[in-house]
Ligand binder design. Sequence first.
Ligand code: ADP
Ligand code: X2W
Length: 287
Amino acid sequence: MKKQDMNRDWIATARTLSQALPYLQRYTGATVVIKLGGHAMGSDDAMEDFARDVVLMQQVGVNPVIVHGGGPMINAMLDKLDIPSSFVDGKRVTDRATVEVVEMVLSGLVNKRIVQAINRQGGKAVGLSGKDADLMICDQTNPDLGFVGTPAELNPDILYNLFGHNVIPVIAPLGAGHAGETFNVNGDTAAGAIAGALKADRLLLLTDVAGVMSPEGDVITELTAHQIRDLIADGTIAGGMIPKTETALRAIEDGVRAVVILDGRAPNACLLELFTEHGAGSLIRAD
Ligand SMILES: Nc1ncnc2c1ncn2[C@@H]1O[C@H](COP(=O)(O)OP(=O)(O)O)[C@@H](O)[C@H]1O
Ligand SMILES: CC(=O)N[C@@H](CCC(=O)OP(=O)(O)O)C(=O)O
């Protein structure tokens, strides 16, 4: 490479770094909860990119917490085992046989895939579910849904201990019941409850669309709680986006500073969101 080109590259890098500096400072010591949905997980390469971003985030002083889903992976295992499954209002009807499969797939296959990917990038990740150290105690959501839980009591001390040892927690969305039951919790709901208990600086909900879309198909880059309620009422926000935006509202009520719904499949989605002015997706703050 010619010296002139090397200088130009160096100047571009220096400019990028100096632009990132105020953002890096803003997030030093911050807690960022990232919900990685099953649809956003993608290929091994995509997982590697995600893991690299998480490790980099930690190296610049952020405490990242990963809460994952895995709906498509649960579906595949239930199909293999010939166990039929159905959803009501975005929640899986979960009988005893189903909750066993949900726990095996989420706490086993999916959780360990993410833990291993982060560790391969030089991080120190530990996998947990809401059952570990009583992190997330649940009530039954509705008897018609079976073993589906609503987070009722959060005990995040274990997470602070892990932060103190530079460990990245990776959490499967299962909760313990007061009578020893295992509850299946929607991944967005679990991430919101954990972010609320930590009073996180950011909750990033990674999904397979660019953000909350207007009826014209444009991403709505900033939304208040009030606007979300209007968009749900007029049908613009529908399907799986309803629990996601409701989670965002609840998390903000619980003290999370801001929630971003963004496309987890886009390269460097989390880093660009946190450390550049371009941001990504839809940012939701209190009114
Ligand atoms: N206004 C909207 N903007 C964006 N997505 C929407 C909207 N209304 C409904 N959706 C649907 O919500 C889906 C995201 O929810 P979901 O499939 O549950 O995500 P995940 O599996 O990542 O948790 C989108 O793929 C889209 O089909
Ligand atoms: C109660 C309930 O529906 N739990 C979800 C948990 C996994 C999840 O939420 O996965 P995604 O984030 O990939 O959708 C389920 O059984 O599919």
